[in-house]
Ligand binder design. Structure first.
Ligand code: COA
Length: 188
């Protein structure tokens, strides 16, 4: 009934439409976005949920350096179609992504999200106590999880993006269009 699989380039329009539905346009203003924009997600860590040929869930993880250069992943955005929320899909998706990340040898995951939701997967505020993000965020929403014991121990400083540059996809093209629109508006 539900399949979790790797995202392909053909999924991009449906993924972006789902993220718009779940987060609205405000999603592009988030500090986490500063760590994702212009970057490709981590290999094999963009997953989607498909139901009857329709994309109904998405999760992606991104390469970052946690403070002193130690490698970590940024989780997000994660979203499930509103009409299918509360059925356990989000939990399955997060657990699947974390299990795959661990199998691939990644050692730590950070995110900005609701602690009451993410603590069930082991995320905590304490894990990222010495770290900060490049922009405004609510401190109680900045969370971390060690996939390998001690991976975030003593981590201090700013989180920075380390993913390779992204090829232009639908989202990036749309961003470019928007930037171009703003440029034109300013020029008018
Ligand atoms: C958050 C989200 C991915 C969870 O997916 P889901 O399939 O609804 O989640 P599950 O069915 O696995 O889990 C449901 C449980 O999570 C809880 N939950 C969902 N969102 C929550 C939140 N923001 N804070 C606290 N608990 C939350 C539900 O109350 C429910 O609790 P229960 O198990 O005690 O009944 C989904 O609700 C969603 O897409 N929301 C909009 C986008 C979003 O907020 N993404 C997360 C960014 S922080």
């Amino acid at each position: 009934m539900f399949t979790i699989r790797h995202e392909t380039v053909l999924d991009i329009p449906a993924r972006e439409a789902l993220l718009d539905r779940c987060f609205g346009e405000g999603r592009f203003g988030k500090t986490s976005e500063r760590l994702r924009e212009g970057r490709a997600p981590a290999d094999e860590l963009s997953l989607v949920v498909e139901r009857l040929g329709r994309l109904v869930g998405t999760i992606r993880l991104w390469h970052v350096a946690a403070g002193d250069g130690r490698p970590a992943l940024l989780l997000g955005p994660v979203a499930v179609a509103p009409e299918l929320q509360g059925l356990g899909l989000g939990g399955k998706l997060v657990r699947e992504a974390l299990a795959r990340a661990a199998e691939l040898g990644h050692r730590a995951v950070i995110l900005v999200g609701d602690e009451p939701y993410y603590r069930r997967f082991g995320f905590s505020r304490e894990a990222v106590g010495g770290l900060s993000l490049p922009g405004p965020y609510a401190a109680e929403r900045f969370l971390g999880l060690e996939l390998a014991r001690g991976a975030l121990f003593g981590a201090q400083g700013l989180v920075t993006a380390t993913g390779r540059p992204a090829p232009l996809g639908a989202a990036e093209l749309r961003e470019t269009e928007r930037d171009r629109g703003q440029t034109l508006l300013r020029a008018a």
